[in-house]
Design a protein around this ligand. Sequence first.
Ligand code: CTP
Ligand code: CA
Length: 226
Amino acid sequence: KKSQPKVRDLEGVRVLITAGRNNEPLDPVRFITNRSTGRMGYALAEAALARGADVTLVSGPSGLTPPSGVRTVPVETGLEMYAGVMEHLDAHDVIIGAAAVADYRPKERSTAKIKKKDGPLVIEMVRNPDILLEVGQRKRADQVLVGFAAETNDVLENARGKLQRKKADLFVANDVSREGAGFGTDTNIVTLIDREREVDLPLMSKRDVADRVLDRVLELRLERQD
Ligand code: CTP
Ligand code: CA
């Protein structure tokens, strides 16, 4: 196991991270969700904390324990995650969207358990807000915004499009169809994409990916101060 950097090069830097999935309730006993476990976001929180950052983790439901020393904002739905991020946005220098935010939620949330009937059940879904897109529109010039793109096809093209559209500074493109990458694994294979360069990283632990992302964030912050 490779040793982690001992440098506290993020001392005084306030980092806001979203992690995990959302549960979007249909009724008191059912919800719609996705496969995200929160590992990438929690690895980022751990790495940033170890490097001296002041870390806020807006976390969807996850079986993982947030590292102690991290300010955790537990949320369940996409709307709650949106509210949590907007509340803490101004007080942070770096915003990293590692959560698999639910793109849609059921239009109606029944207060009573839905009973089965003859024939199919049709659930109408409505769009959740795009948190990263809104952060990109609101962010100050000194704030650095990082997104993750989990894709199964046209990985780099899709990630480049998201970098532009969401006005992010860095995007981490991730081909979830590859072995050793994506949901529920401890490793990832990613490409770091920003306006200047694209760097392909080999298969590595999510913790090492986290450190490489933070390395690039630091460089982008320094370039901005020149
Ligand atoms: N994201 C977000 N809010 C949403 C959806 C996504 O903040 N409602 C963020 C994710 O946390 C991630 C980035 O946007 O950092 C890209 O998410 P992704 O699902 O890959 O992109 P979408 O814009 O949702 O597009 P699509 O799912 O259609 O590919
Ligand atoms: Ca999405």
